[in-house]
Design a protein around this ligand. Structure first.
Ligand SMILES: [Zn+2]
Length: 92
C-alpha cells in the first residue's frame, strides 16, 4: 500500500480522515490529493491540511508559473482555494 515514507500515513488514511501527516505528504500524494480535493463533498468532512500547505503549494505555483505551465498553476490555485488558503494574486 502506498504510504508516505516520512510519516507513514497511508492513502486509505488520507481518504478516511482527510488529514495529512506531514508536509511531505503533499508531494508524495500529489496526484491523489489533487483528485481527492476535487471530489470532496463541500458538505462533507473538511480537509485538514494545515501542515505547511501554503508554503508548498506556493512553491509549486511559482515553479509552474516560472515554467509557463499556466494550466498547472491554475490547478494549484484551485487546490489552494479548496484548502481555504488565501491566494495573493500579486505573489506570482
Ligand atoms: Zn507524510
Amino acid at each position: 500500500m502506498k504510504k508516505c515514507p516520512r510519516c507513514g500515513v497511508s492513502l486509505i488514511s488520507l481518504e478516511l480522515t482527510h488529514r495529512v501527516g506531514c508536509a511531505f505528504c503533499y508531494q508524495y500524494f500529489h496526484r491523489e490529493l489533487e483528485s481527492l480535493l476535487r471530489e470532496t463533498d463541500p458538505q462533507g468532512t473538511p480537509w485538514d491540511i494545515s501542515v505547511e500547505p501554503k508554503e508548498i503549494l506556493l512553491q509549486n505555483l511559482q515553479q509552474a508559473v516560472a515554467n509557463e505551465e499556466y494550466e498547472e498553476a491554475a490547478k494549484i490555485r484551485d487546490k489552494m482555494n479548496a484548502a481555504g488558503q488565501d491566494v495573493d494574486p500579486s505573489s506570482y
